[in-house]
Design a protein around this ligand. Sequence first.
Ligand SMILES: [Zn+2]
Length: 218
Amino acid sequence: MSEASSLQTGAQLRLYGCPTCGRVSQLLHPIADSTPLPCPRCATPLHHRRPRSLQRTWAYLIAATILYIPANLLPIMSTSNVFQGETLHTILGGIEELRTGGDWLLALIVFIASIAVPMLKIGALLVLVITAQRRSRWKQVERAQLYRMIDAVGHWSMLDVFVVVLLVGTIRFGPLGGVMPEPGLLAFGAVVVLTMLAAGSFDPRLIWPEEEAPQRHP
Ligand SMILES: [Zn+2]
């Protein structure tokens, strides 16, 4: 038996950490998830594990994956001027325009922020949620690091919005020109928000599953 499995867990010692203020409370009796007790300092409901964490994460992830397709296929905006009429722009088309225009660096930034990061984020969250559901003990430390990385990237999710602003700025407007948002932009924004919600719903404590039957000492 390994040294780790002989250690008592916080749940066995009835220690509950508050996700808001960080205070650790020791309770006399384990809490039923249906009637959570408030944190003594800030009144946030305390849970042994975030309620329905896997179900919520799955729901947000599936929605984000479905919307990722229209986000990239549908036009995110249309531009119009009196000479060329209306032109529709997709994210991939915008990247291609930047590349052929010689703006390699900007094309790379748009590709990383709009295509690569959301895809990697969805993929990494899928790995976390599938392994947590299987109560896997595979590479637990690396999976915890992966979760912290996704959490850190979350602060930069608004980068995608700046990218769209950059795209708008790089298109040269003729006289009497205009720009209109298209449905792709809505799907694109929804993917950003849904992946943030998925990462926020996942309880990283699920990476460390407890023994099925806790050992009892006579
Ligand atoms: Zn608290």
